[in-house]
Design a protein around this ligand. Structure first.
Ligand code: ADP
Ligand code: MG
Length: 265
């Protein structure tokens, strides 16, 4: 008997609303174990809203269904989703003065594993993750994201990914604001943190990070829906031609291109 493989993350006609305003208009997506997908699209198209709604952000009302490893999580709170292995790396990580990096991470890891790890064992694990991400050890005692540079905040998001070992990671513009060296470190951290049983959806504007983390599929998000999906070549095409040509009907360039694009084709 052949057993059908189950997606790690499955979205069925997901619609996202703020009050009565519709922002995401019906997204269906299956991401299987070991797969890495990229979600690209212009500013304001709803990518962050979609990612945050999947994580259960209370500002959003969701219609449709979300499954994590076959379990329906549509009505779960963000912490219940996180405990079950859903992870969101923020586009804009929040600073929490007064809460040290080490105690935050130990509490988070404890919640995910169901038991707080002993301090000594945890420090060992933490410092190994610091090494992978090229983060100085003194960051353990600093307050979470407080006074961190943009690049340091992004590394800390990936540090969480390494320690929490999520079933599925949503990463929202993890590459923005990173110089090339930091980008390589972050990409190799993501690669290390996600194995053959896990899944990834990477929201990004740029091909750059995809050179280090080649996606299996690329989805182009326009005005609250997936306008087009394809292989990795899709990202290269977008980089060369922009999103404008893709805003028409699916699979067909729009009849007219934006003025800034007209000289190029
Ligand atoms: P992207 O990440 O693709 O740049 P966003 O998801 O951040 O886009 O935003 C999509 C649209 O949804 C924007 O017009 C934004 O203003 C709106 N939006 C997102 N969250 C809220 C909110 N909490 N309240 C009102 N409007 C929102
Ligand atoms: Mg965004």
């Amino acid at each position: 008997m052949s057993e059908r493989r189950q997606p790690v993350l499955s979205c069925r006609d997901v619609r996202v609303f703020v009050d009565d305003k519709s922002i995401v208009h019906g997204v269906s997506l299956d991401i299987y174990p070991g797969e890495r997908h990229a979600l690209m699209g212009p500013n304001g198209s709803g990518k962050s809203t979609f990612a945050q709604a999947l994580m259960g952000h209370p500002a959003y009302r969701v219609e449709g269904e979300i499954y994590l490893r076959g379990e329906r999580i549509t009505d779960r709170s963000p912490d219940q989703r996180a405990r079950r292995g859903l992870f969101l790396g923020f586009q804009y990580p929040v600073a929490v003065p007064g809460l040290s990096v080490a105690s935050f991470l130990r509490a988070a890891v404890g919640a995910r594993r169901g038991d707080k790890p002993p301090i000594r064992a945890f420090r060992k694990e933490l410092f190994e993750a610091f090494r992978v991400l090229d983060i100085p050890r003194e960051f353990a005692g600093r307050y979470l994201n407080d006074g961190f540079s943009g690049g340091e905040k992004k590394r800390l998001e990936i540090l969480q990914l390494l320690l929490l070992k999520p079933a599925f990671a949503l990463l929202d513009e993890i590459d923005s604001g990173l110089d090339i060296d930091a980008l390589k470190v972050v990409a190799s951290g993501i690669d290390r943190g996600l194995g053959k049983d896990q899944g990834l959806l990477m929201v990004t504007h740029y091909q750059r990070i995809l050179d280090y983390l080649p996606p299996d599929r690329v989805h182009v998000f326009v005005a609250g829906r997936i306008a087009r999906s394809g292989g990795p070549e899709q990202a290269l095409e977008l980089e060369a031609r922009g999103y404008e040509q893709r805003q028409g009907s699916v699979g067909e360039p729009a009849a007219t291109s934006a003025p800034s694009e007209s000289a190029r084709s």
